[in-house]
Design a binder for this molecule. Sequence first.
Ligand SMILES: [Zn+2]
Length: 195
Amino acid sequence: MKITEAVLEQCKDCPLFVEGKEPKPIEIDYEKWPKDDDGNIDVLFVGEAFNVRGESILKVGKLLREYIRKYNIEHYGVTDMYKCRYTNWSMFNAKSRPGPHCRDAFIDELKYNPKLIVFLGTFASKAVTKKSVGEMPDAVTTINLRGQECHIITTSHPTSIDHCDGRDENWKVWNKRWPVIAEYLKREVLNGVPI
Ligand SMILES: [Zn+2]
C-alpha cells in the first residue's frame, strides 16, 4: 500500500497520527491468506499489529494460529484494522477512530466473503461497533457494514491474555468465545441478538 499525502490527510483520526512524523504502513499479504477454490475465506480475523514484521507480535500471532488449527479453520485471513501506521499499544488511544482510508481498506477485504468476522481486542471492536470486547455479547451477532449484512463476534486480543491488566478476564472471554466461533462455522446459524 502506498501512503500518499492524501492518505495521510484521511487518516488523521487514526491512532499514532503525529504531525510531521514518518508513517510506517502495515502491508497485508493477501496472497498468503489460505482461501478455498473460489478464492473465499470462512473467517476474517481483525486485530491490531498482526502484520507487523519482526516485532514481538509474532508470539501473539502464534497463539491465534494455534487456535485456528485447534478449531480446524482452513480458510481465513488475518488483518489489522489500522493500516496506515504501525500501531504501538502504549500510545493507543481507546477513543481512536479509523480514518476513511483505513475504513475503506477494511471494507475492501469483505470481497473475500468471510462467513464470520472476528474482532480481536477492544480497539478493533470499537473501530466498527463502538463497543469494547466486554460490552459485546458472547454470541454471533449481525452488523451492517456499508449495506452488507455481516456476521461478527469479538474476542480478546491475544496480547491482552499475555501481559495486560485483566488478563484472567480476557483469557476467560477468549476461551468462552472460541467454541461459539466453531459452532457457528459448523452450522452457520445465527444464534445471537442483533446489535
Ligand atoms: Zn488510517
